[in-house]
Design a protein around this ligand. Structure first.
Ligand code: FES
Length: 123
């Protein structure tokens, strides 16, 4: 059912954890399955220097978080905002149709964490 890449990122996820002094935090959930993803970003001069996540969810959600955090590290926030769940799925070498929504959580969590960073910067 899952690709090798999904299995690797589920069995050995990268960037699991919390950033205590995160510059931006995004929390999203899917009301249908009840899964929750929380993304923490460390941002310096609009560049994402670190990203970590906590995901209380299925294998596809954990693999998507792991892949998405690897994809955004070192990127500017504008670049990170262009990352779509489709790109996360491609990097994972595919997800089953029923698991597409799991990758959407990763895209949304990144966007919310960046929004959070931007709103804090203004104040
Ligand atoms: Fe809902 Fe995977 S089943 S995030």
């Amino acid at each position: 059912m899952y690709s090798q890449k999904v299995m690797e990122n589920f069995a050995n996820p990268k960037n699991v954890g919390v950033i205590e002094d995160a510059d931006g935090i995004g929390t999203v959930g899917n009301p249908t399955c009840g899964d929750i993803m929380k993304m923490y970003l460390k941002i310096e001069n609009d560049v994402i220097t670190d990203a970590k996540f906590q995901t209380f969810g299925c294998a596809a959600a954990i693999a998507s978080s792991s892949m998405a955090t690897q994809m955004i590290k070192g990127k500017t926030i504008d670049e990170a905002l262009t990352i779509t769940n489709r790109q996360v799925i491609e990097a994972l070498e595919g997800l089953p149709p029923k698991k597409i929504h799991c990758s959407v959580l990763a895209e949304e969590a990144i966007k919310l964490a960046i929004e959070d960073y931007r709103s804090k910067k203004k104040t």
